[in-house]
Design a protein around this ligand. Structure first.
Ligand code: G3H
Length: 213
């Protein structure tokens, strides 16, 4: 299982969380990655943890003020999220951002709300898709318990399009039990945020997440 921790724009210490994630990944032998704000990519990557951007632009070098270029992100990061439900892109822009990310050598995780969108984004050839029902994001109610069919549906939808695309799930995942339930449903990773970024003790939260793996 891959544990991808998105720090969003939460008021947290990205480097402390990254250090804890690197330790937990090493100790448990589990892939754990951290996706900080773009301005924190360098210090987070400096901890040695796998580092993801939260977004890259569907543009290359040129007159694109405010862009986050995949090539610039790749100086520090290993991969990137795309089309998170809090950073939605049009289909053509997901396609272009995937191309830019792949050209820069970034691993790509494209998000989708439901199995139908999973099929659409899987057809664009990301390394992975992450299904997240928006209504469960940040609730602490895990998608694996509240809407298991959306996870199994996403696994089936991606498999019909391209079975080399990994399927992750997210929304409300915060415990080791949630991670195991996600795996039972066919997911090969989880995407989560508040369970770690808002935890009183992020290191303990990370240790619990991987405890059953
Ligand atoms: O990127 C992470 C997801 O939106 C899930 O967020 P959450 O774990 O706070 O529900």
């Amino acid at each position: 299982m891959f544990v991808l921790v998105n720090l969003k724009a939460y008021d947290c210490d990205p480097v402390a969380i990254a250090r804890a994630a690197a330790d937990v990944a090493d100790d448990a032998g589990v892939r754990v990655a951290v996706a900080p704000q773009a301005t924190h990519l360098a210090p987070v990557a400096g901890t040695g943890v796998e580092t993801f951007a939260q977004h890259v632009s569907p543009t290359g070098h040129g007159s694109h003020t405010g862009s986050t270029l995949a090539a610039a992100v790749a100086e520090y990061a290993d991969g990137t999220l795309l089309n998170h439900s809090e950073r939605r892109l049009r289909l053509a822009d997901i396609d272009a951002a995937l191309d830019a990310a792949e050209e820069a050598g970034l691993e790509t995780v494209a998000c989708a709300n439901n199995p139908e969108q999973v099929a659409a984004v899987a057809a664009l050839g990301p390394d992975a898709v992450a299904v997240e029902p928006p209504e469960l994001i940040g609730t602490g109610t895990p998608v694996s318990a509240a809407d298991p069919d959306i996870v199994t549906g996403a696994v089936a939808a991606a498999g019909e399009v391209d079975d080399s695309v990994s399927v992750y799930c997210g929304a409300g995942i915060s415990t080791g039990e949630d991670v195991l339930a996600a795996r039972e449903l066919g997911s090969s990773g989880v995407l989560l945020a508040s369970g770690v970024a808002k935890a009183d003790d992020p290191r303990a939260a990370l240790e619990d997440l991987v405890s059953g793996l």
